[in-house]
Design a protein. Sequence first.
Length: 310
Amino acid sequence: MTDIRNVVIIGSGCAGHTAALYCARANLKPLVIEGHEPGGQLSITTLVENFPGFPDGIQGPELIDNMRKQAARFGAEYRTGHLDKADLSRRPFTLTIGKDTIQTETLIIASGASARWLGLPNEQALIGRGVSSCATCDGFFFSGKEIVVIGGGDSAMEEATFLTRFASKVTLIHRRSEFRASKIMLDRARSNPKIAFLTDTVVDDVLDVSKKEVTALKLRNLKTGESWEFPTSAMFLGIGHIPNAKMFEGQLEADADGYLITHNNVLTKVEGAFACGDVQDRRYRQAITAAGSGCMAALEVEKFLEEHGH
Ligand code: NAP
């Protein structure tokens, strides 16, 4: 007979590590399944200036690494792997991770959200050849080149600003003329002499698959209908994220965009299953709010196990 865990945490971003820390300190011996993108979005960001406690800011990868170490120090167990299937129809829940099956009394879903792609005909073929969703991972390869960032939110502003460290020019292309980005991030990008803005413009495709590298974008102005080819060496996407919740389809409630629906912050409709962080938060999506909801989920698990005699 396999052991039944008290709690399994799916995901190792801010929410997952914080849930792991609290569960470990409650002596619940949590098991964290790290997922496809260990460390989540913080692991691919640069300077984090809005996480309280770090007056000079802290690099995202360092922050997330610290969180992992802190949880591990109290006994959280980490395991590489990805949740393929979950049976939440009865407790203990049954989780399938690769070839393994794990049973657990409670589940914390902290699987976060992954980068959104534009869905262009040539986009996937050019990923890693000039198409990227990670400025910090790939920016270095475009030193001295002219490149493009797509999006009008904080991610796009952050990427564009960061990429000016390498690129000779960054053109930020946005489909509207109003920006979703916060004023401070927008102003920072606007005042950077290496960043140019192209608004009311969409990308219809990226070229050139036959050359195995990005050479240009096919652009279209939404107001005038004009189309043209825009030479560039890279296209970085900063157009938001998609929640990683597909494996719970049909078992947990999700909204039209796939975000898990929770009540009382982290409770799902299945008793014993809790969701925290970006997989259930389409409104705030901050490192600190993800950490906060990870803490809530852990406290709920503690309460739930106690009430169920564990
Ligand atoms: P976001 O705020 O949802 O912005 C996504 C942007 O991409 C929007 O401008 C959107 O255009 C555009 N977009 C989406 N789909 C598109 C498509 N198919 N084609 C063209 N454009 C498309 O996402 P985000 O910038 O990733 O930010 C998410 C959250 O993280 C926010 O709460 C943000 O404040 C936070 N964040 C904070 C920081 C920081 O403080 N350091 C850094 C990054 C992110 P529309 O505006 O037209 O919809």
